[in-house]
Design a protein around this ligand. Sequence first.
Ligand SMILES: NC(=O)c1ccc[n+]([C@@H]2O[C@H](COP(=O)([O-])OP(=O)(O)OC[C@H]3O[C@@H](n4cnc5c(N)ncnc54)[C@H](OP(=O)(O)O)[C@@H]3O)[C@@H](O)[C@H]2O)c1
Length: 262
Amino acid sequence: MDLELAGKRVLVTGASRGIGLAIVRAFQEEGASVTATARSTTPELEATGAAFVPADLSTADGPRRMVEAVLSADPRLDVLVNNAGGGAMPQEALGDPLDGGDEVWAAGFALNFEAAVRTVRAALPSLTEARGAVVNISSDSARRPGSEPLPYTAAKAALNAFTRQLAERVAPSGVRVNAVSPSATRTSVITGKDGYVAQVADSMGVPHDALVAALPKQNGMLTDTLIEPAEIARAVLLLASPTMPSAIGANWFVDAGSTKTT
Ligand SMILES: NC(=O)c1ccc[n+]([C@@H]2O[C@H](COP(=O)([O-])OP(=O)(O)OC[C@H]3O[C@@H](n4cnc5c(N)ncnc54)[C@H](OP(=O)(O)O)[C@@H]3O)[C@@H](O)[C@H]2O)c1
């Protein structure tokens, strides 16, 4: 199947590892030209040969500066993937009824919501010129009661609303906006010794491996296994593809059935 992505210019945020890195590789396999951004690069990202622009997207100015740097190399932009997200939780936030105070909530929203808004704002003129596509990486946890941490799930819910409303607003100018909502995916957030799940395991006094093994069932996933980042990347490619002109304002759940709604 030709997704007609060859030669397209693609920007992927949070691209140094995990889902973002898989998205970079998947676009490259289709012949797209990819620029990657994160705070720092990794040997795995360097090995892809993608152009790299360093940026902290959780700052007010970071997204605009990053987009300016990307566009100064080439003003064309066909696809923007807002993937950067997650973020560290201070240990004391884990025992708090609201999963943290103002600073934790502000940090959660800055990375998981505002970074996408600011990046879109800066990139929209180029995306409009190209009649391009935006894909936001959300999370099943925004729609799954019982999910945590609250600042993260609330920020992803805001990202879902932003995705749908922005899709409506920019569709007449030819830009399509969609989201992908993964459930537990095999990245450092879940399996890493310093990741969020390791932190939760530590606070619960249970072995990290045991919590990782229990996670799919706990999330209500019907496969009993973590999702591979490459699978999330496949959904992103389809939504970004010009062969999907009617995919507008969609939020594709790649969640193994964890979201229990019709
Ligand atoms: N893994 C899952 O189970 C899962 C489930 C649902 C949704 N998601 C979503 O999928 C996306 C990717 O998650 P992942 O699991 O692949 O995460 P990950 O492995 O932790 O990768 C996160 C990426 O974002 C970058 N990043 C983090 N903070 C940043 C900042 N302030 N400025 C710029 N870049 C930053 C990281 O690079 P640097 O640290 O170098 O900046 C890295 O490239 C996130 O939006 C996450 O919420 C993940």
